[in-house]
Design a protein around this ligand. Sequence first.
Ligand code: NAP
Length: 315
Amino acid sequence: MTSDNIKDYDIVIIGGGPAGLAAGLYAARGNMRTIILEKLIPGGQLNNTLDVENYPGMDHVTGPQIAEAMENQTKRFGCEIVNNCNISEVELNEGKHIVKSDQGTYRGKVLIVATGSEYRKLSVPGEKEYSGKGVSYCAVCDGAFFKEKKLVVVGGGDSAVEEGTFLTKFASNVTIIHRRDKFRAEKIIQDRAFKNPKINVVWNTVVPEIKGDGNSVVGVKIKNIVTNKEEDFPCDGIFIYVGLDPNTQLFKGKLKMDQAGRVETNEKMETSFPGVYAAGDVRETPLKQAVTAASDGSLAATMAIEYTEGLDDGE
Ligand code: NAP
């Protein structure tokens, strides 16, 4: 710690999902003084996934199991991890970036942004009001509350179709409501859903409103976008999986981003600001998986180590 109460590190990593943990592992193993600042607990989106079957070398493990193994391995090499860390501000200064949080202020020669993404909201009446009262974004967390209940899932990507299938473990039936006439989910995920007798799909349909009785969800309004016909669809809960928004609020106006607010990087994971790297779902990338996030993190850390060596030469 320095006299100005700022804790100094070679590499400060924001976010402890697979990208941040892999970056921490590579940075600490590369002898860098490294810290990960995580807003909850390490694992990121892995913590919302019960069955991971496409992480190479790990067949059918839970997301939290991979997260825990990554966390332990990263710590073993000396990387510090701060949990429940709420960051209020980031100041980018070449060679000495400052991160202010409720757990302290940290200065890094390099910053690795691995803040991931969060579930996008549907932004319709009733969604906010009944959030936690029948509206959910996490089947793993909330599915067990809906034993023998009638559920709706909104979306047509991997998350909607995979989590819809998972919810049939609890629900009496699951209706996936999708705005187009085909899913974008991977074929293997779709095939499983189509074979599941508890799953029904309503195509070309959106959910303009979520209805409740004051205490909990009792149904949704659905609208067929081809015929414009609207009707009420009774259900006990709705799981919303309409995509992910990157967590980049802290970096607006500071790092170059695409239209969706994802951080732009080159093939070395360098952002538009010298000494600031981005890894995982937060960046503009065509594949968002735990394995690609981990790959990004390891590459970002390796490039960051090279960068700090250049800085040290100049000191
Ligand atoms: P996604 O791939 O972006 O899919 C979002 C879905 O929601 C799309 O089907 C989209 O419809 C629909 N949608 C978007 N906005 C909507 C709105 N306002 N109203 C109704 N529907 C709306 O998101 P995701 O499924 O969360 O997946 C995110 C990333 O994680 C993807 O890269 C995915 O491959 C990855 N992932 C992988 C796995 C796995 O490998 N097992 C599991 C989960 C997620 P359109 O299709 O019409 O655009």
